[in-house]
Write a protein that binds this ligand. Sequence first.
Ligand code: AMP
Length: 215
Amino acid sequence: MEIIIFGAPGVGKGTQAKIISQKLNIPHISTGDILREAIKNETELGKKAKEIVQRGDLVPDDIMGGLIKNTLLSDECKNGFILDGFPRTIPQAKILSDIFAELGFDSPIVIKLSADDEIIINRLSSRRTCSNCGYITNLNELEDPDVCPNCGARGTLYQRDDDKEEVIKNRLKIFHESTAPVIEYYKGKAKILEIDGALPLEEVTRQIFKGLGIN
Ligand code: AMP
């Protein structure tokens, strides 16, 4: 199954993508994770992307197109994947269609998660990620703010640099201007599952599984 999970930053794409990836045994391809890893390892890509990501701006389409093509060409993606964070612009959506045509993939299923900006700002400013296991959590849900509720590691929960308030506002602005129109591109080209991302996590997962015909 080829799936694109689409929506604003902080709407729950990463969390749901991880669950779907495990359930269907397909790789979770997060372009944000790939970029953060490249930045951490100071690769050529990381050096080009670092300041752009810190500002919450978009990395240029040609760089992202090359990166996604290489990833989808790899063996691990041959039985399907879930794309999280790509495409973020109409040119990226067109690049992806060309890659799908070239690699002989069917049209993707698009899961569209939505939530009001207010909810998103709230979630992003209290979002924490575990540097040990990658688990994404929220300060408001933690019994102990120092302990990862998934792996139990202490002192590993951190706030992403781009989850600071000014950067969040920029990311949301870019989402509305450049990314939101991408859904129009898929109307009539792909099956779109529209899901309310403001619902509790488990309910969002339930509705996604139902829409995908799995349980
Ligand atoms: P994410 O983890 O998906 O929120 O992505 C974090 C940051 O990585 C974004 O704010 C962008 O700076 C960059 N990024 C991730 N995916 C893309 C993409 N498809 N196109 C351009 N920039 C991206």
